[in-house]
Ligand binder design. Structure first.
Ligand code: SF4
Length: 374
């Protein structure tokens, strides 16, 4: 299947661009990232531009530049990145950029503003200086608050912040204080993450242990209850938004819709083909972008549909499942649904299938129950 010469009406409406460079490596990080120092950023941007132009990207409605740390680029490279994206932003409704507090500047905020960025995802992680230090982050809580206020004063009102929980020595009391500080920022979107200690991370080398499942659950319940009490909706497993501020780009993934993914280690889903780019920078810079290509078949179509759509609190409609798979959801999964419904993990109501709060907590189990016999 071809992923370049596709008709206009079938082209993805979401574009993801990856910039892998970071000024330092956080102790928990296992994303596709590379230490910026000594790298030839121009070479990477040229390869990125070549990959971008190779897809004949049509009109997209969301753009997301993630990393790595896009804001780690110097101003010249930063500008070049946005000039590269300019031809694709006509008609874009949501244009998000991930930024870090320690290398974001007023000038970079203005560059983004001038190039149509209307949503920032700021890597705050915690508003406790000690916790930040222990996680290998290079900013303080005070600097984060100052940067958020500066961004707001320049007209960025759609801001998301990350909150990690389960960090070494973090207590429920500290997390509770952290959430209060986040609430005081009065931002419309908060993405939460449980710390997982992945191989090849500093935390793994330091033999850091993840908190127990019970503690992790207590921490998440605390987050859930506090954020809900302040008008945030849990619209995805661990992501919260005020009404109307759900991330449209991420909803593309969670609706199992197609998207372009450009850059080192990026994944995409175009014209029925899922692909993953190489994580090897020199291969990527030479134009050898692709690591894996996977043409979607009927079984994997169902699997992806469930893996993505059931992450959302709204789940999916039975009609959509039928349109996409040609199958009847209730018939296909009649057997596992008996227990999933009986134990209150899945609900089916008014044409919609969705996980309950408890079902979202146990999503791996729900998915396994459904998918194992496919
Ligand atoms: S800034 Fe983000 S991508 Fe870079 S090392 Fe830290 S967590 Fe990873």
């Amino acid at each position: 299947m071809n992923i370049t010469n596709i008709p206009n009406n079938k082209r993805p409406e979401a574009l993801y661009i990856h910039t892998p460079f970071c000024e330092h490596i956080c102790y928990y990080c296992d994303y596709t990232r590379i230490l910026l120092s000594g790298q030839n950023v121009d070479l990477y941007l040229t390869a990125l531009e070549n990959e971008l132009t190779s897809y004949q990207v049509g009109n997209v409605s969301t753009i997301y530049i993630g990393g790595g740390t896009p804001s780690a680029l110097d101003e010249v490279a930063f500008k070049r990145l946005f000039q590269m994206v300019d031809p694709y932003r006509k008609g874009v409704k949501e244009f998000t950029v991930e930024v870090n507090v320690e290398n974001l500047t007023e000038n970079k905020l203005l560059i983004m503003k001038n190039h149509g960025v209307n949503r920032l995802s700021i890597g705050v992680q915690s508003l406790h200086d000690e916790t930040l230090k222990k996680a290998g982050r290079y900013h303080t809580a005070g600097e984060a608050i100052k940067m958020i206020n500066l961004a707001k004063s320049l007209g960025f009102n759609n801001i998301s912040v990350d909150l990690i929980y389960g960090l070494p020595n973090q207590t429920l009391e500290e997390l509770s204080e952290d959430i209060d500080l986040y609430l005081a920022l009065d931002l419309p979107h908060i993405a939460t993450y449980a710390l997982s200690v992945a191989p090849h991370t500093m935390f793994k080398n330091l033999l850091v242990e993840e908190v127990s499942d019970e503690m992790s659950r207590m921490m998440f319940d605390l987050i859930l209850n506090k954020l809900r009490a302040h008008g945030y909706r849990r619209y995805e497993v661990s992501t919260f938004a005020k009404q109307g501020y759900e991330c449209q780009h991420n909803l593309t993934y969670w609706n199992d819709e197609e998207y372009y993914g450009i850059g080192l280690g990026a994944g995409g889903y175009v014209n029925g083909v899922r692909y993953l780019n190489t994580k090897n920078l020199s291969s990527y810079n030479k134009g050898n972008y692709r690591l894996e290509v996977d043409e979607v078949n009927p079984a994997s179509r169902i699997e992806y549909f469930l893996l993505t759509n059931l992450r959302k609190a709204d789940g999916f409609s039975l009609l959509k499942f039928k349109e996409v798979t040609n199958l009847d959801f209730s018939e296909l999964f009649a057997k596992p649904l008996v227990n999933l419904v009986k134990y209150g993990l899945i609900e089916i109501s008014n044409d919609r299938v969705f996980c309950s709060d408890e079902g979202l907590m146990k999503l791996d189990y729900v998915l396994f129950s459904l998918i194992k016999d496919l």
